[in-house]
Ligand binder design. Structure first.
Ligand SMILES: Cc1ncc(C[n+]2csc(CCOP(=O)(O)OP(=O)(O)O)c2C)c(N)n1
Ligand SMILES: [Mg+2]
Length: 255
């Protein structure tokens, strides 16, 4: 954590729950940097998370009001907080499993209702904390502890799903695109309506080691190689495109 951001950390909380090479710690840094650059008042913010490694990002680390809730129910709790006090900035930070598997219904309906929340989904394509089970975001063919012969199903494209459900702002970046990601978090925080950012976050411990990427650097380098901006992808052939992960700000309703 950069020294300038330490003031946002809850006193007394030591160390990190994240494994070496996990992208969630990098994301934590990017979120705090966005808050710092916007000079947001932590007293006017509430951070809500569900259950999973990603849910540890705000809670217990952030020195502000945090709600560490039930698995899959972060968006429901966040909706309650926002309705109770609309002056608060309510940010949900949780995992792909939490938000889109068990919590999938809350996610799409909050997007449909355009509830004024900022939702950051740390997508490591697996249930990390519970030992590496298949998620609704796991790529087809990928090995997990519950799909040793390879995942037979297609994953959700989370950004497209939330966009189709009715969100006001949708972006996707990897933790390896810090400038664009911090900009997106700032935009999402200022945007009125349901703002969703899918953040690709490597999990060497549960995903990488089962999918021939056991070194954390390999996963980071793969993200650097595969993530392209929408405008860069426009010039690629169909074959080249299939290999890439398209990132960018996909949707921004005028306010
Ligand atoms: C009702 C309920 N079902 C299952 C669990 C077990 N569980 C806890 S976290 C989790 C998956 C978390 O995955 P994700 O949200 O992707 O977070 P990650 O650990 O990958 O960051 C599961 C299945 C639970 N705590 N509660
Ligand atoms: Mg996950």
């Amino acid at each position: 954590m950069a020294r300038a951001l330490e003031k946002y950390l809850r006193p007394g909380v030591k160390g990190t729950p994240f494994c070496p090479g996990c992208g969630h710690g990098i994301l934590m840094n990017h979120i705090l940097r966005a808050i710092d650059e916007l000079k947001m008042d932590m007293k006017k913010m509430v951070f809500v998370s569900g259950i999973g490694c990603a849910a540890w990002i705000p809670s217990p680390h952030f020195d502000g009001d945090t709600l560490h809730t039930l698995h899959g129910r972060a968006v429901a709790f966040a909706t309650g907080v926002k309705l109770f006090n609309p002056d608060l900035h309510v940010m949900v930070v949780s995992g792909d499993g939490d938000l889109s598997s068990i919590g999938g219904n809350h996610l799409i309906h909050a997007a449909r209702r355009n509830i004024d929340l900022t939702v950051i989904c740390a997508n490591n394509m697996i249930y990390g904390m519970t030992g590496g089970q298949v998620a609704s975001t796991t790529p087809k063919g990928a090995q997990t502890v519950t799909t040793p012969a390879g995942n037979p199903y297609r994953p959700f494209d989370l950004s497209k799903l939330v966009e189709a459900a009715g969100a006001a702002y949708v972006a996707r970046y990897a933790v390896t695109q810090p400038v664009a990601l911090i900009h997106a978090i700032k935009t999402a925080l200022l945007h009125v309506g349901f703002a969703f950012i899918e953040v690709l976050s490597p999990c060497p411990t549960q995903f990488g080691r089962r999918n021939r990427q056991d070194r954390a650097e390999d996963m980071i380098q793969e993200l650097v190689r595969r993530c392209v901006l929408e405008e860069e992808a426009a010039g690629l052939t169909e074959e080249e495109r299939a290999e890439k992960i398209i990132t960018g700000e996909f949707l921004q309703w005028p306010e």
